[in-house]
Ligand binder design. Structure first.
Ligand SMILES: NC(=O)C1=CN([C@@H]2O[C@H](COP(=O)(O)OP(=O)(O)OC[C@H]3O[C@@H](n4cnc5c(N)ncnc54)[C@H](OP(=O)(O)O)[C@@H]3O)[C@@H](O)[C@H]2O)C=CC1
Ligand SMILES: O=C(O)C(=O)[C@@H](O)[C@H](O)C(=O)CO
Length: 281
């Protein structure tokens, strides 16, 4: 059965759970088992993936192995930078579905804006078309700066439902989150645990975790939830999947929220991937 996770409604009326499962590096039979376990035994309903992770097939296999009806799940994939030209993007959406052996994605995102390449508006038009054809339920972006989103809206009249961005205690994205809120776009947090390296040893969060009798990861994921950001922590382990979703029985007060947000650093990005200049293909 698993845990039940609250849901939020996006600007297009579609609903998403407030926490999901990241799947970067989850592949093959092991990956499919880990994802199926997250769905059937733990209660995850939102599963992130990407064409570039080369695991859309693994995610599709987990969906078929699962006993949860397809319509209760929210499956995400992402369009890679090398296929942003309109025709290529149309074929890639179809290829993503063939790889997963699914009839539709719930959420399909442009993976990176790649502003030097400057094809992201064409890519957005292909996502709009994919939604019209029923291949995608809700369309969004990742790693887009406000100027990129403003251009999408100006040139197509349609804005993304979500923007999936790097967000964790070392990089709290205060301004970008505020801009999303003002523009009715939901924030999704990638690497919400900052890939769990240094952040798990942080004394400030350890103290807060001790005070609540929770783990450091739970405190961080609760911080995301209270920021109204949809975190998608990746875990291959059943115990950690359960730990990460068990965050709805305690509350961080304003001081604790401020202490965690205060850990942010100007150079806080994990791999220095600044979407204004970084391009991923
Ligand atoms: N749109 C984009 O550009 C990007 C999107 N993403 C998406 O975001 C997802 C999450 O980000 P990701 O980079 O994977 O990093 P996360 O911040 O989710 O950290 C994942 C790491 O933390 C470990 N971990 C998970 N839970 C715990 C826990 N409770 N205690 C200790 N360690 C834990 C995992 O190990 P273990 O598996 O052993 O538990 C893994 O090594 C990705 O998987 C991907 O789907 C990621 C990067 C960029
Ligand atoms: O994992 C993703 O979605 C990415 O876009 C990667 O670039 C990720 O940020 C990474 O692994 C970089 O090393």
């Amino acid at each position: 059965m698993g845990k039940s996770v609250p849901e939020i409604t996006l600007n297009d009326g579609f609903t998403l759970p407030v926490i999901g499962l990241g799947t970067y590096t989850l592949k093959g039979d092991q990956g499919a088992s880990a994802i199926q376990n997250a769905i059937d035994d733990i209660g995850y309903r939102l599963i992130d993936s990407a064409y570039n992770y080369e695991n859309e097939g693994t995610v599709g296999e987990a969906v078929r192995r699962s006993s949860v009806p397809r319509e209760e799940l929210r499956i995400t994939s992402k369009l890679p930078g090398r296929y942003q030209e309109y025709k290529k993007a149309v074929f890639t959406i179809q290829e993503s579905l063939y790889r997963a052996n699914l009839d539709y994605y719930d959420l399909y995102l442009i993976h990176w804006p790649n502003p030097k390449q400057d094809n992201y508006v064409e890519a957005w038009q292909a996502l709009i078309e994919g939604k019209k054809q029923g291949l995608i339920r809700s369309i969004g972006v990742c790693n887009f700066l406000p100027e990129h989103i403003e251009r999408l809206e100006k040139e197509t009249g349609i804005k993304p439902s979500i923007n999936q961005i790097e967000l964790h205690p070392f990089f709290n994205q205060e301004e970008q989150r505020k801009w999303h809120e003002e523009n009715n776009i939901k924030t999704q947090s990638w690497s919400p645990l900052a890939r769990s390296n240094e952040v798990l040893q942080n004394n400030t969060i350890q103290k807060i975790a001790y005070d609540h009798n929770k783990s450091v990861s739970q405190v961080i994921l609760r911080w995301h939830y209270q920021l109204s950001a949809i975190a998608i922590p990746k875990s291959s382990s059943s115990a950690r999947q359960l730990e990460n979703i068990s965050i709805f029985d305690f509350t961080l007060d304003e001081r604790e929220m401020g202490l965690i947000s205060g850990l942010t650093r100007s150079e806080g990005r994990i791999n220095n991937q600044d979407p204004a200049i970084y391009e991923e293909f």
